[in-house]
Design a protein around this ligand. Structure first.
Ligand code: NOJ
Ligand code: CA
Length: 556
């Protein structure tokens, strides 16, 4: 397997609005991030991904960009960005930005021009169509609910927006769009940025016929996304862009957010021979639970999803490993047990994904075991998706209380509450009023407290990161699933010519026996990491793992 800096890195995702506020306006900013670089360095992460920091009307908190070469004033200035980049590099870390390719803001000058007349030079940069029978051109629905088309009075046509109506989709069949983005990408890479996370890349191509989507049985969602997700030909669009931008920079890292791409097609996207993206954020392991019904974690299904990607890419491509980000609820609350076993489940979930083959990503606060927010009213939601989903349920006849409960379980705002730095008012995030409420549990779950507690989730993450650094086997070694059908254990080995390491995780609230004739002897001396005290005696008959217990052994 080819060695590359980003394969050896541990990445950390920063949601800038919620990370650290330096000037008391209640909104996190670049100077705030700068002030916390030493914290990140000490944690051991080496690659930072900052969600969009470009000028934006904030309809979708920065994912609606109105200028790709500027800095959102509430986050700071370009000089502050340059200082941040230099400070990251001075610490031997790298920085990745977030590039939204599928759509811009409706306030981007390109779209303002495009909507101004049917003959505008930018008309064809976006997707305009005539209506059908007095309604939208087809039945496509927005991922944020409601029709994916918006009628525009000025020119009497509809434009496509598969996210909010303030996020018009770009027309990637237009070479001028490719050209414009190639320029933007090169400009940032020339500035010294180390790479990009590529937002919503699997949506860049639409069905050329704009045919109606198939209705699905049941809800949500009651429609298929097939007409605007992973449409055949999508990779030609990617290639045209990459040939003019990323492929000219051998060292740049790219991580595509690829909803709908399955393990079977993974190589096409990230196979080293294909020279496309470095890694993908796959959704296969999230789709299993991203429903509002509150389905419990199905361990064999999770293993199937994770291991299928391990197998598909071993020796040929590279995985991005993650269990949290700014678009999903906190993992300790959804998959784990945030009441009885908060620290244990946070650390077990950490162990089970982090030591797979790939580059692990940590989402801010995940390293503390931050939990979901106790939402009591829809007014506490800021996110457009969460609010639209709430209204959608009300329109479908759900009671406000039931709708609140349903949305709260999967709300994106769960993971967007301010980072918990200490036990003080507003968790040390701001001296002003935070833009989104701080989780009341910051009095006990916070960086300050956890730094001082050797048994904290934070200190466990530090050990996990250090362990991965110590054993190249945990970076480049192959993965072999162990007891793949076990209903509660997630177990696997990582191995190469030098060592063999066993990862054992009990992802449940019940004690579970591990017994495997192939690895009978688990010597205490060979224990590399554990999230609970482990009895000293070796065993030939297998071990009982306590609820949410995780252990890592070096095997003979
Ligand atoms: C994925 C981003 O992660 C999410 O936050 C955003 O709402 C959509 N793409 C649209 O850009
Ligand atoms: Ca601020």
């Amino acid at each position: 397997m080819k060695q590359q800096w980003w394969k050896e890195a541990v990445a950390y995702e920063i949601y800038p609005r919620s990370f650290m506020d330096s000037n008391g306006d209640g909104i996190g900013d670049l100077a705030g991030i700068l002030s916390k670089l030493d914290y990140l360095k000490e944690l051991g992460v080496s690659l930072l991904w900052i969600c969009p920091i470009f000028p934006s009307p904030n309809d979708d908190n920065g994912y609606d960009i109105s200028d790709y070469q500027g800095i959102q004033p509430e986050f700071g200035t370009m000089d502050e960005f340059d200082a941040l980049l230099a400070a990251v590099h001075a610490r031997g870390m790298r920085l990745m930005l977030d590039l939204v390719l599928n759509h811009t803001s409706d306030e981007h000058p390109w779209f303002i021009d495009s909507r101004s007349s049917r003959t505008s030079a930018k008309r064809d940069w976006y997707i305009w169509r005539d209506g059908r029978n007095g309604g939208p051109p087809n039945n496509w629905e927005s991922i944020f609910k409601g029709p994916a088309w918006e009628f525009d009075e000025v020119t009497g046509q509809y434009y496509l927006h598969i996210f909010s109506r303030k996020q018009p989709d770009l027309n990637w069949t237009n070479p001028a769009v490719t050209e414009a983005f190639s320029h933007i990408i090169r400009w940032w890479l020339d500035k010294g940025v180390d790479g990009f996370r590529l937002d919503a890349v699997s949506h860049m191509k639409k069905d050329p016929l704009f045919a109606d989507a198939r209705r699905l049985k049941g809800a949500p969602p009651p429609f298929s996304m097939k007409k605007y997700m992973n449409v055949p030909g999508i990779l030609d669009i990617v290639d045209r862009l990459f040939q003019r931008s990323f492929n000219l920079y051998a060292d740049a890292v790219t991580v595509g957010e690829a909803n709908g791409v399955k393990a079977a097609r993974a190589l096409e996207w990230v196979g080293e021979e294909q020279r496309r993206m470095s890694m993908l954020f796959s959704f296969e392991h999230l789709d299993l639970w991203e429903d509002e019904a509150g389905t419990r974690l199905d361990v064999p299904a999770l293993k199937k999803a994770l291991f299928s990607w391990q197998k598909a890419l071993n020796g040929k491509g590279w995985n991005a490993l993650f269990i949290e980000n700014h678009d999903i609820a906190r993992v300790v609350s959804s998959w784990g047990d945030d009441t009885r076993y908060r620290a244990e489940s946070a650390t077990t979930l950490a162990t089970l994904y982090f030591l797979l083959q790939g580059t692990p990503f940590i989402y801010q606060g995940q390293e503390l075991g931050m939990t979901n927010f106790p939402f009591r009213s829809i007014d506490e939601f800021n996110d457009i998706r969460d609010r639209n989903t709430f209204l959608h349920h009300i329109q479908q006849g759900m009671s406000p209380a039931a709708a609140l409960k349903t949305v709260a379980r999967v709300a994106r705002d769960n993971s967007r509450t301010p980072m918990q730095w200490d036990a003080s008012k507003n968790a040390g995030f701001t001296s002003g009023t935070p833009w989104l409420k701080v989780n009341p549990n910051h009095t006990t779950i916070n960086v300050d407290e956890e730094s001082r507690d050797p048994k904290s989730v934070l200190n466990y993450y530090k050990q996990l990161i250090a362990l991965r650094k110590r054993f190249p086997t945990l970076v480049y070694g192959a993965t072999t699933p162990v007891l793949p059908d076990h209903p509660r254990l997630v177990a696997y080995t990582r191995h190469d010519a030098k060592s063999r390491i066993l990862v054992l995780c009990n992802a449940s609230n019940r004690p579970s026996r591990y017994h495997n004739p192939e690895t009978p002897l688990l010597l205490h001396d060979a224990l590399l990491l554990a999230n609970r005290p482990v009895p000293r005696h070796a065993t030939l008959t297998g071990v009982i793992l306590q609820p949410w217990e995780a252990r890592v052994y070096r095997l003979k």
